[in-house]
Design a protein around this ligand. Structure first.
Ligand SMILES: [Zn+2]
Length: 167
């Protein structure tokens, strides 16, 4: 809701509050045209993934030599964005990988993600196999601990049997 209110405030600021105006209006050379839709958000994505946070005052800003906060002015030329290099498509890839790791079937993945190429599906099958392998490895290490426990119990059980047989 806060995001919608913010969008509405921005629309008001550029005079784009008519019903026929676009929520994401075209913007070229810093000129907003609410009667045309935004055609690309490449610049917005770039700015988002390159934005850095000043370690002194916390201000989120474009990369620069010094912090843009007048009261701070810290040296931020070596501060890098944790999102640097993140492509929008990586979000989809990550979501599908998480699904594959959760053992979702190919059919479930494809119904959520839409088209997935056979090559990518093979990749996610590999991810799923790795997840299964890790689960089995965890089971094996748990099993060896249990096996030890079982052996101990068996030994003490035999001792108890031997002791009771001795009575
Ligand atoms: Zn700062």
């Amino acid at each position: 809701m806060a995001a919608i209110l913010e969008l509405y405030k921005r629309a008001q600021a550029v005079g784009g509050i008519e019903l026929c105006h676009f929520v994401f209006p075209a913007c070229a050379n810093d000129k907003v045209d609410p009667t045309k839709p935004q055609t690309t958000w490449r610049t917005a994505w770039r700015r988002l993934t390159r934005a850095v946070q000043c370690p002194m005052c916390g201000q989120l800003q474009n990369p620069a030599k010094t912090c843009c906060n007048e009261n701070c002015g810290a040296d931020i030329h070596e501060v890098k964005s944790s999102l640097a290099g993140l492509r929008f498509h990586d979000l989809r890839h990550h979501a599908i990988t998480e699904l594959a790791e959760s053992q979702a079937s190919d059919q479930t993945i494809m119904s959520i993600a839409g088209h997935v190429s056979p090559k990518m599906l093979a990749h996610y099958s590999h991810v799923r196999l790795d997840a299964k392998r890790r689960a089995l490895d965890a089971l094996r290490s748990m099993g060896s601990a249990r096996g030890l426990w079982h052996k101990q119990r068996h030994k003490s059980g035999c001792r108890a049997e031997a002791e009771s047989a001795g009575d």
